[in-house]
Design a protein around this ligand. Structure first.
Ligand code: SF4
Ligand code: SF4
Length: 248
């Protein structure tokens, strides 16, 4: 995103709308007319979410979107909530099966899915940090989800390597999504504990699984043994396991 310095009147109205909490915007003085100020966007920190532009907050239409080339376009693909990801053809950063409506039978008994989410508004995430997580998980031979946008950026899934051209790109958030057998969960948690010390942003972990026939949650003891808590805003996936119910 850019601001046209000739149009900008320096009112600052755009700053509160920025998903990076305004940290990417600062004002400068007009050298020819020091009483006049205008705002500038730090393009290295801007995640191209377009929230400022879409808000219609600018009274003089100084905000504008220049054409985005590769690799910068990945910022928009991951950060603009209205953008359909060109490779997965779904909006957002995780797959629909993982988030809300699993009707494909992906999550079978004895397996669980996990989403390790890096970045949030105000913080964002760089792909070099996303790659650290993917590389660490690859040592456990987890199955990275084919239709996840981060997986699509990998050049070597066995090693969790992401296309080097995008490593310095910053996005609002990105999700490393994978499947593993339930018995691997302790190792996965250990690896995530370790790698979380090496990344320079906030993160959260989601676990997706079917509930047992008796209503039990298969991984809950593993979490409790490690003093983890289950968030009260956990989601109920409306379709989880439905097509396979006759098989298992
Ligand atoms: S596009 Fe997003 S990150 Fe960039 S300046 Fe606008 S609101 Fe901030
Ligand atoms: S809202 Fe428009 S005029 Fe005001 S500081 Fe932002 S870009 Fe400049």
């Amino acid at each position: 995103m850019r601001i046209d310095p000739e149009k900008c009147i320096g009112c600052g109205s755009c700053k509160p709308y920025c998903t990076m909490w305004g940290g990417v915007m600062h004002f400068e003085r007009d050298r020819k007319n020091p009483t006049r100020i205008f705002y500038v966007i730090d393009e290295d920190e801007c995640v191209e979410c377009s929230v400022c532009l879409r808000s219609g907050c600018c009274p003089v239409e100084a905000l504008y979107q220049p054409p985005l080339e590769w690799p910068r376009i990945v910022r928009k693909n991951f950060s603009d909530p209205l953008k359909i990801h060109p490779e997965t053809r779904i909006p957002g950063r995780g797959t629909e099966e993982m988030k809300t409506n699993e009707v494909t039978g992906r999550y079978r008994l004895g397996k669980y899915g996990m989403a390790f989410e890096l970045g949030r508004p105000g913080a964002g995430a760089r792909f070099y940090d996303v790659e650290k997580v993917a590389r660490a998980l690859s040592t456990l031979q987890v199955d990275f989800e084919e239709n996840n946008p981060v997986t699509k950026l990998m050049v070597d899934r066995k090693k969790g390597l992401i296309n080097p051209e995008v490593l310095n790109e910053k996005v609002l958030s990105a999700i490393v999504e994978f499947m593993a057998p339930v018995e691997k969960l302790p190792e996965v948690l250990e690896v995530l504990d370790r790698v979380s010390q090496e990344i320079d942003t906030v993160f959260s972990g989601d676990i997706i699984s079917r509930v047992g026939r008796d209503g039990s949650v298969p991984y809950i003891k593993v979490l409790q043994d490690r003093n983890r808590f289950l968030s009260i805003n956990g989601k109920s996936n409306v379709g989880l396991g439905r097509p396979l119910s006759a098989l298992e």
